[in-house]
Design a protein around this ligand. Structure first.
Ligand code: HEC
Length: 133
């Protein structure tokens, strides 16, 4: 019974993954503009990182977030980035930038935009490779 409840909680919490088309192309295009003006100076035009600043694309970046929810990544950005002015950007703008980060990591786009709501972001799991269903 306890295992069942645990499995159900897990299922309800993270029933989608970044492979399920969780952002739209139009949103990622908006996010690219936001990224270029607020993030690229440190993380680089192509998100590859620069000096002490880590990349936001690639296996090393994804490994660090494997199994966590998009809300964890979103909150990291919302609370601490841009590093020279934390919290300067609104939730909508950060959701757009997160969509751009997902598209840059070659996750598929879908019909709907990525919501800036924590409850929605919490349900989406970060996976470097699609899980076998
Ligand atoms: C002034 C330089 C600077 C700017 C501008 C900046 N960052 Fe960062 N960022 C850093 C540094 C340095 C780190 C590593 C330390 C840390 O994790 O806080 C980092 C870490 C991160 C991480 C965690 C990376 C990981 O591998 O876990 C994310 C995500 C991130 N930044 C996103 C953004 C986004 C999105 C923006 C634009 C809204 C942005 N950053 C703007 C310097 C910057």
């Amino acid at each position: 019974m306890r295992i069942l409840v645990f499995a159900l909680a897990l299922f309800l919490q993270m029933d989608r993954s970044v492979w399920d088309g969780v952002y739209s192309d139009a949103q990622a295009a908006r996010g690219k503009n936001g990224y270029t003006s607020a993030c690229a100076s440190c993380h680089g035009e192509t998100l590859g990182g620069r000096g002490q600043t880590p990349p936001l694309v690639g296996s090393e970046f994804l490994k660090g977030w494997e199994g966590q929810s998009l809300n964890d990544l979103f909150e990291k950005i919302q609370a601490t980035m841009p590093a020279d002015a934390p919290g300067r950007l609104g939730r909508d703008e950060n959701a757009d930038i997160l969509a751009y980060i997902l598209s840059s990591n070659k996750y598929p786009a879908g019909r709907d935009e990525l919501s800036p709501e924590g409850t929605a972001l919490q349900r989406i799991r970060i996976e470097s490779a699609p899980s076998k269903k």
